[in-house]
Design a protein around this ligand. Sequence first.
Ligand SMILES: Cc1ncc(C[n+]2csc(CCOP(=O)(O)OP(=O)(O)O)c2C)c(N)n1
Length: 328
Amino acid sequence: MVPAAETAAHRGRHVQMYRWMCVARALDERTHLLVRQGRVPFAGPIRGHEGIQVATAATLAPDDWLVLHYRGLASAVARGLTPREWMLAVFAKAADPLSGGRNLPGGCFSHRGLRIAPVSQVVATWIPKAVGIAYAARLRGEATVVLCTFGDGATSKGDFHEGLNFAAVHRLPVVFVCENNGYAISVPLSAQAANPVLAERAAGYGMPGVSVDGTDVPACHAVAVEAVARARAGEGPTLIEARVWRIDAHTSEDDQRRYRSPEELEEAGRHDPLVTYERWLEERGWLGREEARGIREQAAREAAAAAAWAERQPEPRAEDLEAHVLAG
Ligand SMILES: Cc1ncc(C[n+]2csc(CCOP(=O)(O)OP(=O)(O)O)c2C)c(N)n1
């Protein structure tokens, strides 16, 4: 029999992950709406990816580092990014904590206080950087774990090989999470990899590789707990392949109906991790329908309020254009 206190702690953790997913979903939807209204120029939707993202970020300690790809909104929310901070980035305002309004709006994560390292949008280049952060932590004698996320397209880059190989050789504390949604924009995985099981690549580097249903939050969480524990114990990196469905287009600039059939899009919609997770929580008696609805509605209200607030904040100043720019 599981002690009541343990059950309460489990429930609390899971409801928190659900809450983060709802916040990320609400921000995603509101951002999309803002693009449609012509108030902001760009959005990179994450619907379908939220489960693996909150499940992995939830396992980290405050001193750990995150190196996130552009589709990492739910990871950042789980780490502590607030709706207001996100909207400052979306509107590219001066106070945007992610890039001071310099980067593709909302497209790159970087947050000093949350230990989210700055990356560029050049696919996969952040993988060796994540490994470098882990190596630096090792040299400094710090027990830091680095979570590094990327898509299936990133595994087609040399950076993926260099990063994973170096991390494995030096047994560095990195948890690599490939959010495999089957597409690099319009290029399907079958045109990138003859072996569709990306986790199997781990064996070639000499590290464990796990393929998990990335829409199954409890399963993702269990896999992440193990990988983070291995990393922290000095046993080296792990590659987690999280199989997810990209429900929306690559970005607001993309029309996915050009390269995905109506049947496939309908199928993708059936793999919404938020729906699956809500059902799982409900079945356990951990979250009632009303409570779930309350959480969703509050998240939507917060996202709307954050957008209205952020839109009124000051724009970046022209005289600050060269701030943070390094000249060689
Ligand atoms: C080196 C490089 N080539 C091309 C691009 C343009 N680009 C941006 S996102 C993307 C797709 C990457 O796909 P994947 O890694 O599977 O991640 P997803 O967007 O599906 O989450 C591409 C090709 C880029 N940013 N960097």
